[in-house]
Every structure is written in C-alpha cells, then in structure tokens.
Design a protein around this ligand. Sequence first.
Ligand SMILES: NC(=O)C1=CN([C@@H]2O[C@H](COP(=O)(O)OP(=O)(O)OC[C@H]3O[C@@H](n4cnc5c(N)ncnc54)[C@H](OP(=O)(O)O)[C@@H]3O)[C@@H](O)[C@H]2O)C=CC1
Ligand SMILES: O=C(O)[C@@H]1CCC=N1
Length: 264
Amino acid sequence: MIAILGTGKMGEALLSGMLRAGFKPGDVLATVRRPERARALAETYGVRAVSNAEAAKSAGTLILAVKPQDMGSLLDEIAPHLPADRLVISAAAGITTAFVEQRLGHETPVVRVMSNTPIKFDEAMSVISAGAYAGEDHLRRTEDLLRPVGKVLRIPESQQDAATALSGSGPAYFFYLVEAMVDAGILLGMPRAAALDMVTQSIVGAAVMLRDSGEHPVILREAVTSPGGTTIAAIAELERHSVRAAFLAAIEAARDRGRELASG
Ligand SMILES: NC(=O)C1=CN([C@@H]2O[C@H](COP(=O)(O)OP(=O)(O)OC[C@H]3O[C@@H](n4cnc5c(N)ncnc54)[C@H](OP(=O)(O)O)[C@@H]3O)[C@@H](O)[C@H]2O)C=CC1
Ligand SMILES: O=C(O)[C@@H]1CCC=N1
C-alpha cells in the first residue's frame, strides 16, 4: 500500500500518474486537510482518503507532498504511528533527509525527491537522493514509482537545492518566457491566440529537437542564427539586457531560497 500525504497539486499529479501506470485505486491512500478535497479525489480517482495517522500505520511507502512549511507538523503527527521499516519519500523543496529522520525519531529509510509539474503528462524530471538509512532497495522502489511519470536521476543530496532551482522550478521559467514572447507578438500586432500558438509550437519543437537530436544547444542555436540575419539581431538585444546573467542570478536565488526553507 502506498500513501500520499498532502494530496495537493504535486500529490494529485503523482497519484494520477501512478493510476495510469497500472496501480489500482485500492492500492493508494490519500491524505488531505479539507473534506471537499477528499470527496473530489474519491470521485475522480476512486482512492480512499484517510487520516495521516492511519496512512502511517497501514502504508508500506509514504510519499510526503505537503509544503515545506507544513512538513514539521506533519512529521510530528505521523511519528508516533510509523513502524520503523516504512519507506518515507519526501517531495518537499529544501527539506533534508536528516530533518525528516530526526523528526521521525528512529532509523527510518528516507528518500528525498524533487520532481516538477510536467509529471501531469508523464514528462517529469525527478531527482532522488538517499538518506542515512535508505539503501539500494529504497532507491529502486522510489525509481519504480517515478519512472512511469518521467525521467529519474540519482544525485547526491548536496545537489538537491540546486536541482530544485533548475528542474523543480524550471517549468516556471519556460512559462514566463512564453508569456514574454507572446507579449512581444502582441507588441508586433499579432492576435494573442495566434501568438500563443506560434510560441507554444516553437518551444515544443525546440524541446523535442534538443532532446532527440543529441546536439548541443549551442549548435542548435547557431543553426538558426544566420550571419547578418534576424536571429542575431534579437540575440544582440538579449545580450545587451544581460539575460544570461539574469538567469544565472535567478537560479542562484532559487537555490538559496531552498536552503532557507530547510532552516524553517
Ligand atoms: N508545485 C511545484 O511545481 C512543485 C512542488 N514541489 C514540492 O511539492 C510539495 C507540494 O507542493 P504543491 O503540490 O505545489 O502544494 P499544494 O499546496 O498544492 O499541496 C499540498 C497539499 O498538502 C495539504 N496539506 C497540508 N498540510 C497537511 C496535513 N497536515 N495533512 C494532510 N494534508 C495536508 C494541503 O491542503 P490544503 O489544500 O488544505 O492547503 C495541500 O492540498 C511542496 O513541498 C513543494 O516544495 C516540488 C516540485 C515542484
Ligand atoms: O516554488 C517552489 O517552492 C516549488 C519547489 C519547486 C517548484 N515549486
């Protein structure tokens, strides 16, 4: 039995992915804070909503998907009910495996995961790291859960905050870029819907090309950038506005915020 504790956006996305991958609704428990949320999950997925205590007692694997700020109180709530052999997977930004282990109070195997919202379309990037009491078997079990909903990579836990900044938050940067490009289309007199279509298909096409061509992004960009042409005129402006430096600073700020979340 697998339990998702805190079935919000990420928890629900993982739940639906697990069901698509062949889990039966009866194999999954969900915990929530509001009764209307419990009803909605039961109606949509046929899963049972239970208390955190019941989930801790009856599930072999617990996936903790509450906000980092809610993690301390959730761990305190489940600690008295959790048998020592359970696998605990923590999906919260910034929260270390040491924090989870210490709040649970015994040698619980903990795996830290950072995924991202494309999990809804089985295109997540999930990175995982083992805590002090988690071994190969626990990492494999975590990979088995996450692989049906995207790509999974093992990384040292010391890189988790950086990964959160890069791939956890990454989709937001691309949506932000799309918004900005659509605005540019509006500025140039394009209808909004057409501009959105053009930008969306360009970003999807570029993403597939990047993933499937095996080419380095610099080569792909150079192939678009004709001497004396239109693309270099745009890139000159991006450089003039230090967009590359802005990305470096932005992702560093996201990494630093992840570290702050760890300290409460
Ligand atoms: N959104 C994203 O892109 C990503 C998020 N994450 C991480 O995933 C985690 C969840 O994020 P997200 O799904 O966006 O957040 P949500 O707020 O959508 O989900 C968290 C859910 O947990 C519920 N909850 C809070 N406390 C409890 C409790 N004690 N018992 C049961 N349920 C509880 C909340 O209930 P209520 O609805 O009542 O508030 C909410 O539904 C975070 O830790 C975040 O760092 C990781 C990668 C990407
Ligand atoms: O913004 C956040 O804190 C979460 C973690 C990664 C993506 N969203």
